[in-house]
Write a protein that binds this ligand. Structure first.
Ligand SMILES: [Zn+2]
Length: 705
């Protein structure tokens, strides 16, 4: 493929895989036998593109990955996707899938665009003669017959204002509005951008079938040149290379495995350029609530009791070394995980990864949570993040509880049609005058349901019957860590079968999350803000799971108050018990949002006096191994899941063991020599518990205000 891509023939149809770039399904899993589809949350770009294709008379076929929807629900799915002409399942055996597509008249390969996030699917489609593209927004650009290319744009972000046709893959912000943007864009837009005197490099990357990934060159030795020669290099800035990954290559088979977070996987993400919506102050929250609420039918009552703040004086320890140990044993293969016995790996491509997901869901349910899984495709598989909410009470409650009443109607009438009865019941709840006032009268039943959804349960897993709704104007606190492991520093490592205990990296974080979730579950219904526990998958192959999820939240305009990431927080081999809090980021404006979170955690660890002193890294430069000035450098920038949120502008920090360089006056760093090896089996459980305790009190304080 040339650097410039342009469709030559007229496109009559499009095949779109229902994956993370498309949207997610709201499925109520009351039990395995009874799974009910209650809605489809389309990404905003999908929404826009589908109506565009429909208006151009382009036929739309949706391919649904088999394990995300029960077969008997496909009829209902059609109701939620009125623009889809056909919906069929993807079989594991891709040959069958493609022969089923071929049976459908009107999807001739030479006139059809195939859209999938997964490069394996795209490369098969190309073999069958289709034009493949990685994202629906790129498809909608190219269907207009635009010549498109992959470009690196550097300069002042303000100069990009008003430029359309940008589908970003990566956005790096620096001081004074300077950016480096990697994006697919039209040649016309490029001309505009150049005319505005931004620097543009057009890069030779076959985005039709390949993906791209940054690989950090942390450790240069004699073999580096040989390793580089094996790769398709798109560019290098001296410290890292952007490599192109064909479908035959898995992300972590790229032969560089140095410091933590050496891989950063990229894919098209239109939300990167969207401004972040920062949590509003109470007064503004009140205004928003009052503006949209059916005040004739219900009154809004401020929640004023101070109960949650009083709880902060409690002195008990949220976590004990023994409880950390029991989670560690279960999730590293020391004790049984399930009735199949012990696991040997949590690697995202290892079969045990799915067992870990199932067990996490079970553990969280036993604590009273109603976890959901967030799917994303990777190498012809659906990987899952596990997400569990402790819903916040918010600043107001509604009397009677209108949101809950509406939800009950939706649960009772999962189908859009017939619509008379459910619309009548909704009208009784909110009042006809309110529907008129909000311009909801006369909408199609599907549109009406969508709007009600946005107004009443914006950030709640409303479709899960037992899951309580979030209170009004509640904000979200993300507490996260990655669940996957790897042993890719071993000279011979097959991720599909070999062990990867990952006790420090990152069962320590996983055990910490479970421990915090367990302790905080007793405050259900008492905290102002929602605490959302996120167990991210596929971090080791380029922060994949957190990237997909952060983008999803950004698209939904979720108000994120804080992100606290726990990764590698168990190794402690020396006398001192220092640990690290990483708030650094290349853009000082975003960094300044992160630092107060780090300071809050440090205040709690100082107060409890068991671990520390906490070292706060707040530099804007990533630096080298020996760079110790924490005000200038932060070696963890872009190296763990907190980055996926910083990239969108959210306040986000990362807590870890004493991994990076210390000041000359301090004791030396205490780096885990077993990192990414079969021998990553040793951690200090009481050190983990003491860091967890400081973090837990900080999280509770954040959630109470
Ligand atoms: Zn890790």
């Amino acid at each position: 493929m040339e650097a410039l891509f342009q469709l030559t023939s007229d496109i009559g149809s499009i095949i779109i895989v229902m994956d993370q770039q498309f949207g997610i399904l709201n499925i109520n899993e009351e039990n395995e036998m009874n799974q009910n589809l209650l809605g489809v949350e389309l990404r905003s770009t999908t929404e826009q593109a589908l109506s565009e294709f429909h208006n151009r008379n382009i036929k739309i076929l949706i391919l649904v990955p088999q394990d995300i929807l029960p077969q008997d629900q496909i009829q209902k799915l059609k109701e939620f996707l009125p623009y889809a002409n056909e919906i069929i399942f993807i079989k594991e055996d891709l040959e069958t899938t493609f022969s089923k597509i071929a049976e459908n008249p009107g999807y001739m390969p030479e006139q059809t665009v195939f859209v999938a996030a997964d490069r394996i699917l795209r490369s098969i489609a190309v073999d069958k003669g289709y034009t493949a593209l990685p994202h629906i927004s790129i498809a909608s650009l190219s269907i207009k017959k635009a010549a498109i290319c992959f470009a690196k744009i550097t300069g002042d972000e303000k100069l990009l204002q008003g430029i359309k046709d940008l589908v970003p893959y990566y956005l790096e912000r620096y001081e004074k509005d300077q950016i480096m943007l990697l994006a697919i864009t039209s040649y016309e837009a490029i001309a505009n951008i150049i005319a505005r005197q931004l620097k543009v490099d057009i890069l030779n990357y076959n985005f039709s079938v390949d993906d791209v990934m940054f690989v950090s060159l942390d450790h240069i030795d004699d073999t580096t040149k040989d390793k580089i020669m094996k790769l398709k290099i798109i560019f290098s800035d001296g410290k890292r290379i952007l490599v192109s990954l064909p479908s035959s290559v898995s992300n972590d088979s790229v032969p560089f495995h140095d410091k933590h977070g050496h891989f950063l996987f990229l894919n098209p993400d239109p939300t990167l350029l969207k401004p972040v919506s920062t949590p509003s102050a109470l007064l503004m929250a009140a205004e928003t609530s009052f503006k949209k609420w059916p005040l004739k039918k219900a009154k809004l009552v401020p929640i004023t009791d101070q109960e949650s703040l009083l709880m902060l004086t409690s002195t008990e320890n949220p976590s004990q070394p023994s409880s950390i140990k029991s989670y560690i044993d279960r999730y590293t293969g020391i004790s049984n995980l399930d009735n199949q016995g012990k696991i040997i790996s949590r690697h995202c491509e290892h079969p045990d990864n799915r067992r870990v997901i199932n067990r996490l869901v079970k553990d969280l349910r036993l604590m009273g949570y109603r976890p959901i899984t967030y799917p994303f495709s990777y190498r012809n598989k659906n990987l899952l993040n596990v997400i569990a909410d402790l819903p916040g009470r918010g600043y107001f409650k509604s009397e009677p509880d209108i949101s809950e009443n509406i939800r009950q109607v939706f649960l009772q009438y999962p189908s859009i049609t017939p619509s008379d009865q459910w619309i009548r019941e909704i009208t009784d709840i909110v009042g006809k005058d309110w529907l008129i006032e909000q311009n909801l009268e006369g909408l199609s039943p599907l549109e009406l349901r969508k709007k009600l959804n946005e107004i009443f349960f914006k950030n709640s897993t409303w479709w899960i019957r037992e899951s309580p709704l979030e209170g009004l104007e509640s904000q979200t606190i993300i507490v996260c860590g990655h669940l996957d492991s790897t042993a890719n520093l071993e000279s011979i490592y097959n991720q599909l079968v070999d062990p990867a205990p990952g006790t420090d990296d990152n069962c320590s974080g996983l055990a910490a999350l479970l421990s915090i979730a367990k302790y905080l579950s007793q405050f259900r219904g008492k905290l102002t803000h929602t605490i959302r526990f996120c167990f991210f998958n596929a971090e080791e192959v380029g922060l994949h799971g957190s990237r997909e999820y952060a983008s999803y939240l950004k698209d939904k305009d979720t108000q994120i108050k804080a992100v606290i990431n726990l990764d590698m927080m168990g190794f402690n081999n020396d006398e001192n018990r220092t640990f690290e809090i990483h708030a650094g980021y290349s853009d000082p404006v975003i960094r300044d949002r992160c630092v107060p979170l780090a300071e809050l955690i440090k205040r709690w660890s100082d107060k409890l006096g068991k671990v520390g002193p906490a070292q706060i890294y707040k530099g804007t430069l990533q630096g080298n191994d020996s760079d110790y000035d924490r005000d200038v450098y932060d070696g963890a920038i872009r190296r763990s899941d907190h980055y996926s949120f910083q990239a969108h502008g959210y306040p986000s920090i990362h807590i870890s063991e004493d991994f990076f360089a210390n000041l000359p006056v301090e004791p030396g760093k205490d780096r885990n020599p077993n990192y990414h090896r079969f021998a990553d089996k040793r951690i200090d459980n009481s050190y983990v518990a003491d860091i967890v305790n400081a973090a837990t009190f900080a999280i509770k304080e954040l959630a109470s205000k």
